[in-house]
Design a protein around this ligand. Structure first.
Ligand SMILES: Nc1ncnc2c1ncn2[C@@H]1O[C@H](COP(=O)(O)OP(=O)(O)OP(=O)(O)O)[C@@H](O)[C@H]1O
Length: 311
């Protein structure tokens, strides 16, 4: 086991306990998302794993070694573990390339140059090698910090919301290069995120926190198909949630249906079309059936009334 969290108790303030008896296991060689809405405790948990905070009781074991917070270990982190938080801690007077090469030995300078160039390529910053960090955007600075963390080939890399500062095309580019790089180099990756949609294809495991509680720990497919509750279902994007009465009225098999899981079919339930809007790859529709407003995506624009069925 790469990382184990056993019976962990932690709170920032006495009035508001955050983790109460948290237990988690992380296997090596996986890409794991730590997911949950803002404030659920993701950043705090990552900081605890990296030894930036002292916990009240319980234990964190990394690669067979018991870890300590700042009181027991003055220099946070382990040689084999790197953490890129939401503040990036770059050297302001060193170029992007010098920042990335900070932890790489100078014994073989040609090799070092090559590694830095490769890492800048992974994070899509090759053309910024000679620029100072202050001229970069927040998202670019974060990518410099990610490249620097990758340079030591840690056993475990922990990234706090690595995609939140990026526009969509850059997010698409970074996720593919970063995830392939960590897999090729056998680096285990834990990333915190408040939305899963764009990274699902690369994930091996999804851990969901709600108010400091672990509520689901499954494969992406299992989490998507059988979300523990509406909160988990919403992490995958737009979703229709049905209460008990509605489940019975519509004779449903589950409480949540994504818009793609509802289709137009002749034998379905009659529904009035309230809105039908062009949304790029699909039409976004709001229909009303048995007094319930339902969102579904279709290939064609809808009008008047339709019959819908739940897949
Ligand atoms: N230094 C602190 N002192 C007191 N409370 C804090 C502190 N840091 C975080 N909290 C509280 O602890 C809870 C968890 O915060 P945390 O930052 O871990 O959540 P998060 O899921 O990472 O959120 P985000 O996605 O917004 O970063 C929140 O209720 C937050 O207000």
């Amino acid at each position: 086991m790469l990382l184990e969290i056993n019976n962990l108790y932690f709170s920032h303030t006495k009035e508001k306990p955050l983790f109460q008896n948290l237990n988690l296991r992380f296997e090596a060689g996986r890409i794991i998302a730590l997911a949950g809405e803002s404030g659920c405790g993701k950043s705090t948990l990552l900081s605890l794993m990296y030894g930036l905070l002292d916990w009240e009781s319980g234990e964190i074991i990394f690669d067979g070694k018991k870890l300590f917070g700042p009181k027991g270990n003055l220099v946070p982190g382990e040689a084999d573990m790197k953490f890129v938080a939401q503040n990036f801690d770059l050297m302001p007077y060193a170029t992007v390339a010098e920042n990335v090469g900070k932890f790489i030995s100078n014994i073989n300078l040609a090799q070092k140059k090559e590694t830095v160039a490769e890492l800048l390529e992974v994070v899509g910053l090759s053309e910024y090698a000679d620029v100072l960090p202050k001229y970069l955007s927040g998202g670019q600075q974060q990518r410099v910090a990610i490249a620097r963390a990758l340079s030591v080939l840690p056993k475990l890399l922990i990234l706090d919301e690595p995609f939140s500062n990026l526009d969509f095309p850059r997010k698409i580019e970074l996720r593919e290069k970063l995830f392939s790089y960590v897999k090729q180099n056998n680096i285990s990756l834990i990333i915190s995120t408040h939305e899963l949609q764009d990274i699902i294809p690369w994930l091996d495991q999804i851990i969901v926190l709600q108010n400091g509680r672990l509520i689901q720990n499954d494969s992406p497919e299992e989490t998507f198909r059988s979300p523990y509750n509406a909160y988990v279902a919403k992490l995958f994007g737009e979703v229709n949630i049905f209460n008990e009465k509605e489940i019975s009225d519509f004779s449903l098999k589950k409480f949540s249906y994504y818009p793609k899981e509802i289709s137009i079919s002749e034998n379905g339930i009659e529904a009035e079309v309230l809105e039908s809007r062009f949304a790029g790859n699909y039409y976004w529709n709001k229909v009303k059936a048995k007094d319930k407003e339902i969102i579904l995506y279709t290939d064609e624009k809808l009008s008047a009334s339709v019959n819908i069925s739940f897949i």
